[in-house]
Write a protein that binds this ligand. Sequence first.
Ligand SMILES: Cc1cc2nc3c(=O)[nH]c(=O)nc-3n(C[C@H](O)[C@H](O)[C@H](O)COP(=O)(O)O)c2cc1C
Length: 360
Amino acid sequence: MVLESGWSTVRRKLEHIEIVLSKPVEGPGTAWFEYVFLPQRALPAVEPDRVSTRVGFLGKEIAAPVMITGMTGGAPGTEAINRSLAEAACRFRIALGLGSQRAALESEQLAHTYRVARDVCPEMPIVGNIGISELVRYGPGVVNSLASMIEADAIAVHLNYFQEVVQPEGAAGMSKGLDALFRAAEVSSVPLIVKEVGFGISKEFAAELYSGGVRCIDVAGAGGTNWALVELHRALASGDLVKQYAAEGIKEVGIPTAASIIEVRNVSGEILIIGSGGVRSPYDAVKALRLGADVVGLARPVLVAYSKRNLNEFLEGFLLGMRAILASLGVSTLSEVRKAPVVVTGLLKDWIHSRGLFLW
Ligand SMILES: Cc1cc2nc3c(=O)[nH]c(=O)nc-3n(C[C@H](O)[C@H](O)[C@H](O)COP(=O)(O)O)c2cc1C
C-alpha cells in the first residue's frame, strides 16, 4: 500500500513533469555560456568521426562525456520514461541519472520504476538520487539501500534548498545537511555525488565539501530549469499567495553554470565535475568541458525530446555537434579539450576577476 505521504510525493513528481513540459520554467538569467568563445579552425585537422570522446566515468567507459541528469521515477508513467532514457543511454553509451528515489523509500513496490533503467542498461553508469532532506531523515546508511535497489554506480544527493523554501510542502532540517553528507560520503559503498538542481555551487561551498571527503560535484548552475519558477506554477495552481511572492522574489538567485564550473574547478583538479544547468547546445557542452567540467549534464531538453518522441535524434544530433566542434578546435581526444583556445568576455570575465579565479 502506498502511504499518504507517498501519494503526495507521487503527485508532486507528476506535477513537476507537467509544468516543466508546459510552462516557461527557464531563466530569468542565462547560464553565461554566451560570454565564452572558442576560436575554431575553419578547416578541421581531424574528421569529426575520428574524434575520440570516450572517457572513464564512475568506473565505466562512456562514449561521450554526457549524462542525462536525474529526473524521474516513482509515479505512474515514469517507468516508461526511465525505460526510454535507459534505452537511449545504452544506445549512445552515455551516463544516466534517475530521479529522487524517495517514492521507493516510502513505498517499496515503486522500486521497479527506477530499477527498470538498470535492467534495460546493465553496462552504462547509472546514478541513483535522493534529496538532502531525506538523507537527514533516513540517515547516511540510506545511500547504500538506494544503491543496491538499482545497482547504482553512484548516488547523487541533491541540494534543493531554494526549491524547498518555495514548495508548499517545504522541508526543514537543511542546516543538518552538511554533516549528513559527510557521514554519507564516509559510509557509501559507491561514489557520492553532491548535486544542485539549478542554483549552482560556489568555490567556498565546494571547498567545504572537498574537505569533508566529497569528490564528485554536479554544479547544476543557474540559467536552465529554474525550480523557483517550477514551484511558482504550483503555487499559482493552488492559490498559495505567500509562496508565489517568495518564488517571484528568489527566482533570480543562483550562480550561472559557466561561473559555477570555474568556481568548483578552482578548488581542486581532483574533483569530478558534472557541468550542468542550462546546457542547451553542443557548443555549450564543449564550452563547459573547456572551462573545467569532466562531463556535461542535461535534464529538461532530454525530457522535451522524449515528449516529442525524438529522443534518439536529439541525442545523436547533440553528440554529432559536439564532435564537429571538438574537431574544429583541433581536439582529437578529450584530454586535449582544456588546451583549446578560449576567450572569456563580459560578465563572466568580471566574475573571474572579482572572485580571484583562475582559468586554464
Ligand atoms: C522534470 C524534472 C525532474 C527533476 N527531478 C530531479 C530529481 O528528482 N532529483 C534531482 O537531483 N534533480 C532533479 N531535476 C533537476 C535536474 O537533474 C537538473 O539538475 C536541472 O533540471 C538543471 O538541468 P537542466 O537545466 O538541463 O534542466 C529534475 C529536472 C526536471 C526537468
